[in-house]
Design a protein around this ligand. Structure first.
Ligand code: NAD
Length: 416
């Protein structure tokens, strides 16, 4: 899988798709239909800033494939959220929801903005305008956004409110909402819970004892911090953690609740008294049993893959490894658990939230967590069995299962 020029994120994801399509013997026409997004919307998002001037941001909603159900996928606020990246993430959602056998298709949205630069009032106005501009695509039975990088439960509350002003109260139009207004118990921790569960299972199946295993996590937002907290329940030692401004390291294990408190107070990970500061580059190359990228994409590359000193990479972030890095890690015998399996906990509990909203019923948190782990485990076992029986990587197995299910849905529905 060697590229002669730098591929875009969507092209990179499609290398994995193409491998799966090839192994399934799909025709060229089917491949084209499954590869390309069904619909893309580009919008401008004008916002009156607090000082009175107007800024115009760019936003997208990409609906990649809806053969298996309503489109589902998060909204990202990030300065580099361009349409190609949103397409890549939308397609990953298609393969992820199919792999986990959820009744959804795949979509993603994004606004090119640094949310840290905007006030709460500006973010509220930006979210409302973006929602109004993509509103005709959304509905509980059409397309259901959720939070992603740079957005959170508050963002979803604003989206629900803006949508509701036009359509009446519709809590099932977005997931990841605050619990007080229709969010599911357990949604906030869901992705991290699934990641921690998967690390524990994979480590055991690799004959590694999770108890005392050294874990390094890049990203200390929703996914990274919940993963770190929950891993302690399995007895793991989180020895390194980073955020956008750098990381901290302690060979004896970091005190995660204290680090969270430090981040809350100072706004960043570095400067924590319970460890020494390190850069993001140094963090990725720390010696450990499990490395968990849980921040942004493309952080594992041909440049640093030869230098990683881990046994297992668990992809909590979406698309953290380039195809070149993937090849190098495979050659080096470093096992990689792929994003579309690892971080599916978020969309699984989003599915529970959506069903609870449609039924106007609320589950206990224990039920949410239990059902979440059941689905995570089924996905994990499917991937593991396919990888073992076909002698392929876990990523190849995950894509093959996801692509096959979507191809089957397209065929059954008689699209062409
Ligand atoms: P978040 O915004 O809550 O946290 C992101 C973290 O990454 C922060 O700690 C931030 O400081 C750090 N970060 C940002 N840029 C960085 C950089 N250049 N280098 C190092 N660290 C950097 O986001 P999140 O919801 O935790 O999402 C993290 C990843 O997980 C994303 O790739 C997202 O697509 C994926 N994901 C999230 C969910 C979910 O439920 N939130 C579900 C599936 C996948």
């Amino acid at each position: 899988m060697v590229a002669t020029r730098k591929l875009t994120p969507f092209e990179e994801v499609n290398l994995f798709f193409d491998q799966a399509a090839e192994s399934l013997g799909l025709s060229d026409g089917h491949r084209e239909m499954l590869r390309r997004p069904w619909r893309e919307l580009h919008v401008q998002v004008p916002v009156r800033m607090d000082d009175g001037h107007i800024e115009v941001f760019t936003g997208y909603r990409v609906q990649h494939n809806g053969a298996r159900g309503p489109y589902k996928g998060g909204i990202r606020y990030h300065p580099e959220a361009d349409v190609d990246e949103v397409r890549a993430l939308a397609s990953l959602m298609t393969w992820k929801t199919a792999l986990m056998n959820l009744p959804f298709g795949g979509a993603k949205g994004g606004v090119q903005v640094d949310p840290g630069e905007l006030s709460v009032a500006e973010l509220n106005r930006l979210t409302r305008r973006y929602t109004l501009n993509i509103e005709h695509l959304l509905a509980p039975n059409r397309d259901i956004p959720a939070p992603d990088l740079g957005t959170n439960a508050q963002t979803m509350a604003w989206m629900m409110d803006a949508y509701g002003q036009l359509h009446g109260h519709s809590p099932a139009c977005v997931t990841g909402k605050p619990v007080e207004i229709g969010g599911s118990l357990g949604r906030d921790s869901a992705t991290g819970r699934g990641v921690a569960y998967l690390i524990n299972q994979t480590a055991r199946d690799m004959n590694m004892n999770p108890d005392g295993a050294r874990i390094v996590i890049q990203g200390f937002g929703n996914v990274g911090s919940w993963t770190a907290r929950l891993l302690q329940e399995y007895g793991c030692q989180v020895i390194g953690v980073s955020g956008v401004r750098g990381g901290v390291y302690n060979s004896k294990g970091l005190d995660i609740p204290a680090l969270l408190e430090h981040q809350r107070e100072s706004g960043a990970v570095p400067g924590f008294a319970g460890g020494e500061d390190i850069t993001n580059e140094e963090l990725l190359e720390l010696e450990c049993e499990v490395l968990v990228p849980a921040a942004i994409g493309n952080v594992l590359t041909a440049a640093n893959a030869p230098k990683l000193r881990t046994k297992l990479v668990v992809e909590a972030a979406n698309h953290p490894a380039t195809p070149e890095a993937d090849d190098i890690l495979a050659e080096r015998g470093i096992q990689v658990m792929p994003d579309i399996l690892v971080n599916a906990g978020g969309v699984i509990v989003s599915y529970f939230e959506w069903t609870q909203n449609l039924q106007e019923f609320r589950w206990e948190e224990s039920r949410v967590n239990e059902e979440l782990l059941k689905i995570m485990d089924r996905g994990y076992q499917d991937v593991r069995e396919m990888a073992a029986s076909q002698s392929i990587t876990h990523r190849q197995a995950a894509f093959r299962i996801g692509v096959e299910r979507v191809a089957r849905a397209v065929e059954l529905r008689g699209f062409v």
